[in-house]
Write a protein that binds this ligand. Structure first.
Ligand SMILES: Nc1ncnc2c1ncn2[C@@H]1O[C@H](COP(=O)(O)OP(=O)(O)OP(=O)(O)O)[C@@H](O)[C@H]1O
Length: 193
């Protein structure tokens, strides 16, 4: 049986220079598959994902992710809204080797040997999402996975996420999105104002 993932945000305070984004913010969720983070433009969704991932440290307060089953080691992977940040080596193949991804799951129909500057934003997004799904990470944090994709690709990415959720008992998704298409599948939705 699947052990849920717990997210606790306790009195979280975070600012960029002089701009306060979270002030003693509290939230907790227990979820089996998908936690969505939604809200207006600039409400702090990306910032919160980066705090959850650990890119940023809060000024005060605490972020914690834990699994009821303490034996499960939480390996996190972050998909940036600008997917070029996911390919620090500059090359898809090198990144895959670095992360130990043998093959991407979906039929991408793309030449993966080029430099990242030679792909469109949507192509990079597709590759990044599929790379994340092919990794053995169990906490996949996605910042706007549907951005820059056409309708057809949006459905493919949505289906790939739902497929991973049904296939693997140990994968959890924390997804920031403006789209409504995962709402009905989410265990919980955090709305930021
Ligand atoms: N690196 C940064 N330095 C300074 N301010 C920043 C930085 N990143 C974000 N901000 C500011 O913090 C606020 C929250 O930004 P964030 O990107 O978290 O919002 P968001 O909800 O993800 O927005 P969007 O819906 O446009 O993606 C915004 O006002 C933004 O201008």
């Amino acid at each position: 049986m699947k052990s849920p993932l717990f997210l606790f945000l306790n009195n979280l305070t975070f600012s960029y220079k002089n701009k306060r984004i979270f002030s003693n913010f509290n939230f907790q969720a227990e979820f089996d598959n998908i936690l969505l983070v939604k809200g207006d433009v600039g409400s702090g969704k990306s910032t919160l994902l980066k705090l959850i991932y650990g890119y940023y440290q809060p000024e005060s307060g605490k972020v914690s992710l834990s699994c009821e089953n303490n034996k499960t080691i939480l390996k996190k992977y972050f998909i940036h809204s600008n997917s070029s940040f996911n390919f620090v080596t500059g090359f898809i193949k090198d990144e895959m080797n670095l992360l130990g991804v043998v093959d991407v799951q979906m039929n991408l129909d793309l030449d993966l040997s080029k430099h990242i500057s030679e792909y469109s934003g949507g192509e990079l997004k597709k590759i990044a999402v599929n790379m994340a799904l092919a990794l053995d990470s169990n906490v996949i944090i996605m910042d706007e996975p549907f951005e820059m994709l056409d309708d057809n690709e949006v459905i493919k990415v949505k289906d790939a996420i739902l497929d991973a959720v049904s296939k693997y008992s140990d994968k959890f998704f924390i997804i920031a999105t403006h789209e409504d298409l995962l709402d009905e599948y989410a265990d919980e939705i955090l709305y930021l104002k």
